[in-house]
Write a new protein. Structure first.
Length: 110
């Protein structure tokens, strides 16, 4: 299978998902709740829902099954979560690795 890019948005440019959307997606599935994910992210539940909907639209596939009582990943959502979780963990570790530099910011300036 050849990847041909993301579906075009209204302006004709490719609509690649952003960090906010992917982070919200991971939070929703790990928390199994839009409300708990929103609280974790410091966002409103409707905003988290918008981010997930936007991610699904930009990728052209449903990622999350929603009912009034539960949230679960679709097969596509499970596949994406399995690939994103390590990337987000590495991103967080990269930022955390700067903690010692923040303790003495002037010491590390060139």
């Amino acid at each position: 299978m050849v990847f041909t890019g993301f579906p075009n948005n209204e302006s004709g440019a490719m609509a690649a998902p952003g960090f906010s959307e992917t982070n919200a997606f991971v939070a929703v599935l790990e928390q199994k709740s839009f409300t708990r994910a929103a609280k974790q992210l410091g966002l409103s539940p409707p905003r988290v829902s918008e981010l997930i909907r936007g991610l699904e639209e930009s990728l052209g596939v449903r990622l999350v099954e929603r009912t009034t009582r539960s949230v679960a990943a679709t097969a596509a959502g499970e596949r994406l979560l399995a690939r994103l979780r390590p990337v987000l963990d590495e991103y967080e570790a990269a930022l955390d690795s700067l903690n010692d530099l923040r303790a003495n910011p002037l010491e590390h300036c060139a």
